[in-house]
Design a protein around this ligand. Sequence first.
Ligand code: SF4
Length: 322
Amino acid sequence: MEYDMGPAVEWAVKNGYAKVLVQVPDGLIPVAGEIASEFEKEGMEAVVWMGGNFGACDAADPRIAGCDALIHIGHAEMPNLELDYPVYFHELGDESDVIPALRNALNEVEGPVGLLTTVQHVHKLQDVKDFLERKGIVVYIGNPTGRVKYPGQVLGCNFSPALMVRSKVNMYIYIGTGRFHPLGAAMVTGKKVLAVDPHTGRHEIIESGERFLRVRYGLIAKAMDFKRAAILVSTKPGQNRMGIAEQLKEKVKEMGKSADILIMDKISPQSLLGSGYDIYVSTACPRIALDDHMNYDRPILTVREFEVVLGTRKEWAMDCML
Ligand code: SF4
């Protein structure tokens, strides 16, 4: 992964920080020391955070390390997330050419289309739009709301740019790797998504997510008879939903069942193993329950799935922390 820390170093120098905490994504861990030394060359002290970097929702608190500011690398800031410490969000753009993979997928495109991507490719969306328009395809890029910064950008917990253009498009084109984001967009909008991976050059149509829904309803069914629930809360600033956890606990008590709120930084299967609960309910990142459920020793549900168990919601719905 390429990086240029120039703007982040400049920001730290300009603000007169003496000591910074550097939070790198997994792909940059091998060069974390080199990144830290870029700040030290300018007379600052730098400490490297090794507690993970899941998103801007996970911005580490520099005060824990006695630092003046955080340099968070790899994600765009979340406009609606207020942090009470100085942070520089240093985005990393992926410079892969997305057009060859898109050209191979053109026969799958039925316009008008909405364009979606993650922050790594967001600067390429205009090239993609121009390319498609030259082919006579009408293209929309939806504006973001809440925690999303850029038009067309999606997060695993926010698909607002997709919803914004839903009524105008036949389908979406997602530029990026993996299935989670395009599947999420398909589930939230009910429209098909052409996922185009600029790294492998492959593409795939993702539609209703029926198999995914079967798995989720299976977990909901298993959770119906629970007696003791663990309601999980994360201390990560953009994942902390203590208020919702308290409301859920209250509702469980009204039903004559029992629930405890468990709070931790990183929710993991290891931290809960042998804890004795019948089910886990994650109020943190929805991906914990949706992507990793098979690693937990009990059914793990999102908030909206648990609402189905509690009878306060009728149908499955994507958990979004807009
Ligand atoms: S999907 Fe999860 S990790 Fe990604 S931004 Fe949302 S809460 Fe954070």
